[in-house]
Design a protein around this ligand. Sequence first.
Ligand code: SF4
Ligand code: SF4
Length: 485
Amino acid sequence: MKFESFSGEAKKVKFRGGYNILLKGKPEGAVKVMPEPKVLYLPLRSERFTFSEVLVKDGDRVNGGDALARDPDNHDVPLLTPRAGTVRLKALENHIVLEDVAHRDEHADIAEEEMSHIAQEMGAGGIKRYKLLSLGAWQFFYDAFTGALPDPLGTPQAIIISTLSLEPFVTRGDVLLHKRLLNFTRGLEHLQSLLEYQPIYLAMPDVSSEFANLVRNQIRGYAWAKMLEVPLTYPYDNFAILARRLELRRDKGPIWGVRTEGVLAVDRALTMTKPCTVRIVSVGGMGVNGPAHLKVVPGYPIERIREKYVFEPAARVINGGVLTGRAFTAEDVGIDAECRGITVLPELREREFLGFIRPGWSRSSYSDCFLSSMRKRFAERLTTGMRGEERPCVACNFCEEVCPAGIMPYLVHKYLYADLIEEAEQARVDLCVECGLCSYVCPSKIDVRKQLIEAKVLIEKEKEEIRQEQLRQEEARKQAEEKTE
Ligand code: SF4
Ligand code: SF4
């Protein structure tokens, strides 16, 4: 990777691991508009958020842009309704259902008296941050290292903006930017206005394309923006990988990661004071009839998309990309607020007796996606049964070869299998960026990514318990000292 500021200075940055995934079912660049829905099913959960604080009552009539609920554990990030309608709270578990949905109608859900109150306390910067949060743009921000929602009142040491989407088949940055380059550059300017002197890094593909040249020309003259030219290899667009390669240290303060859709949402919130409730969602994969990008709103019925695009009777429908997404269950009825794509894989449901020793490419599997070996570049026909069933690790080393974090996934897998948590921690599980490449290339179909994520959670929990125990001991020691005095 090469990065340069527009003042001319250039520096080479190296990546390790990674793998070019070429699969059939890539969505086309054009955006199709789905028919307006009569009923919306807004999930109260998404990948990062749980909207547990419901702000509306059953039977309430709401307007587009109103907050229906918020997540108290994530800086009160709101769940906005994209359309006017009547609220039904008990119609479907874990969802807010909106009936009698009106066609487009939205207003800015910002109370003037609150704005003046914020202006007095925090000034113009405070108003901008308040707008970003209440108009739904803040939910597009990520902490580069943890993926969590950053504190909207915090100051980052840097912002990394990625125009790349390298995981198949999430929404592509160039599709989002089509005819919206001006909105994008305005969004960048708004982001810059939230900072004092901290840099903004803009990750772009290292190829010379019409799109890349347009962006380059558009931001020429922005001395505060440093361009990163990134090879088109998954997962080099990952914020944690980019931050590490830029030698930005976690202990020096938060780093915000924002993708193209986030920059456009910032522009919408701060230029137009409008809620960010429309999403461009890709629908791709081997089980899809005419892979495409769709314009939908959160709460849009998944069944309507399924009817139109999924031709396989037995298909696994995944919320997100093939490597990091989660399969939808029967409980997921509407598109959630964070959905970036829908991937559909033909599913082999029947498990065959001794299937793992039978020859052939297509065998039953319980995991979302595996490739099993790195092969020459050609578009793979990916199904859930590709390359057979789970077997023991054969020490092929493929997972280490592709791991962009420089760890040895097979070693961690072995430690975890033997319950050796301390050894797993020493093998630097914490560096895992959860890209899923280790699971994808594993010929034994071991879901190494899942094991590493579970190990990280376990280690973090144990560390927290130790911290709490130390605090308790410290408190007890202080109390004992006070008594003796
Ligand atoms: S160990 Fe983590 S970072 Fe490395 S390939 Fe697996 S999921 Fe990706
Ligand atoms: S975990 Fe899978 S990819 Fe890694 S060494 Fe073992 S068999 Fe190979």
